[in-house]
Each structure stands twice: as structure tokens, then as C-alpha cells.
Design a protein around this ligand. Structure first.
Ligand code: ADP
Length: 247
């Protein structure tokens, strides 16, 4: 599914959270968005998720205006959005049950998704009994179970320590390589953006806008994270962030 932002502005009274924002994410593409706090990254995801309406301009999914949340589009937030009183399995099933899938089929699909993220042995536990990294895996399992065509992620790994974070980045990459869904990842981490984004968009605030686009075609290639090119790309993104901030 292709997501397009066409000349989109979002204003809250005097504040221009986004102004003249243009971005097209092709079907099956993985892009990363990076920028300082307040530059409109979350607003941009909420537009794509159908949770916020633009003040002007239009946001399209496969050419159709996004006017409400849709089944094909999953948003993963930093707090995972898990229901603490339900089991891991019930949380993984949740989206399917909301969509009125039969209990049996929902259970099968949810178990398969839990298997994929390595959580099948914990299906009967409550989210609270899981570590932060496992809770994040569960949030991912939920969107895998839904077979979402678009995965929107707002700082999904920021609560995790460095090593765990790399594991989860690997899982996100594997999942994307396998499913080739459309993916928009908002992150504060330069390395994460370079590891996961085929294109990296650098944003700046007041008004929120894109100030640089960096192509990163080697995403997904074996050994990329430890290559010279990876480090060079990180430097390029860092420079673009500094330049954007200075403007
Ligand atoms: P980011 O995710 O990059 O930190 P946001 O999209 O959350 O940026 O916010 C962009 C700007 O819009 C910020 O200045 C924020 O304070 C403001 N903003 C976001 N949501 C609202 C709201 N519901 N009402 C008023 N201002 C908001």
C-alpha cells in the first residue's frame, strides 16, 4: 500500500505542527523519519493512521484519502498499547477479534505471530510479566497477526537498552524483508534510521517540514551494520540533522 502526503499542513491555533509537507512512501518501502522533538513526526504518523485530519492538503492510501483508521494500517506506539489484564495471547489476538474473526482462526493466527517473534512459550502470561523488549515483540506480533500492509512506528524501541534494541531492530528488519509491508519508522536514533530506512527523511521544526532526504539503498544487505558505508551514512544523517537545526 502506497502512502502519500500532498502539501499537508496541520496547525494547532498559531502553531504549525506541519507545513507544506510532501512525502510519498512506495508500496513495500521502508522509510525512517528523524528530527528533533516537536518537528511534527508523531503528527505525521497520526495522519497516516487516520487519527488526525490535515488542516489543508491530503493524505492518501493507494490514492484514496485517509479519513479514518483502517484495518490495513497498524500504528505501534512507544507504550505498546497492551491491555494489562489480558494474556499475551489475548493481546496478540485483539485486533483480529475486534475485526470479528472467529475465535479459532484468530487464535491460530495470533499463535503463529507469537511464534515468529519468539513469544509462543509466554502466551499465557500477562504483559506485566514480560520485559520491555518482550512487550515490544508482542506489539509487533499483534500487527503481524493482523497482516497489516502498513506498519507505522513511533519511537518503538526507545525504552530499551542498547543490545536489546539491536535485537529488536534485527527482528523488525527480518519481518520487513519477509513481508515487505510499507513501513514508516519514527526514531531519534541515527543508527536505527540507517539500519532500517531505505530512505531517511530529516525533519526540522517550526514549521515541521522535511529538510533533507538521504537514500540508503543497502538496507537489508548482510553485514551492512558493520560496513564503512553504514558509518558514512550515519555521518551524513548527523550532518543533515545539524544543518536542519541551525536553519
Ligand atoms: P514530534 O513527534 O516530532 O515530537 P509532534 O508531532 O508530537 O512532534 O508535535 C509537533 C508540534 O505540534 C509540537 O510543537 C507539539 O507541541 C504540537 N502539538 C502536537 N499535538 C498537539 C495538540 N493536540 N494540540 C496542540 N499542539 C499540539
Amino acid at each position: 500500500m502506497r502512502i502519500e502526503f500532498k502539501d499537508v499542513s496541520v496547525s494547532y491555533d498559531e502553531l504549525h505542527a506541519l507545513a507544506g509537507f510532501n512525502l510519498t512512501v512506495g508500496s513495500g518501502e521502508s522509510v525512517a523519519i528523524i528530527g528533533p522533538s516537536g518537528c511534527g513526526k508523531s503528527t505525521m504518523l497520526r495522519l497516516a493512521a487516520g487519527l488526525t485530519a490535515p488542516s489543508s492538503g491530503v493524505v492518501l492510501a493507494d490514492g484514496e484519502p485517509i479519513t479514518h483508521p483502517r484495518q490495513e494500517v497498524a500504528l505501534i506506539l512507544q507504550d505498546y498499547g497492551l491491555l494489562p489484564w489480558k494474556s499475551v495471547l489475548a493481546n496478540a489476538e485483539l485486533g483480529l477479534r475486534i475485526r470479528r474473526m472467529s475465535r479459532k482462526l484468530a487464535r491460530e493466527r495470533a499463535m503463529a505471530a507469537l511464534q515468529q517473534v519468539g513469544l509462543a512459550p509466554f502466551a499465557r502470561m500477562r504483559p506485566k510479566e514480560l520485559s520491555g523488549g518482550m512487550q515490544q515483540r508482542l506489539a509487533l506480533a499483534r500487527s503481524i497477526a493482523l497482516e497489516s500492509q502498513v506498519l507505522l512506528m513511533d519511537e518503538p524501541l526507545s525504552a530499551l537498552d542498547a543490545l536489546l534494541r539491536e535485537d529488536l531492530q534485527d527482528l523488525l528488519l527480518e519481518t520487513w524483508l519477509e513481508r515487505h509491508h510499507t513501513q514508516i519508522l519514527v526514531t531519534h536514533s541515527i543508527e536505527e534510521a540507517v539500519f532500517l530506512g531505505q530512505r531517511i527523511f530529516v525533519m526540522a521544526p517550526r514549521p515541521g517540514r522535511v529538510v533533507a532526504q538521504i537514500d540508503n539503498p543497502r538496507v537489508g544487505e548482510a553485514g551492512y551494520r558493520s560496513s564503512q558505508e553504514f558509518f558514512d551514512r550515519c555521518t551524513q544523517v548527523r550532518d543533515a540533522l545539524h544543518e536542519g537545526g541551525a536553519r
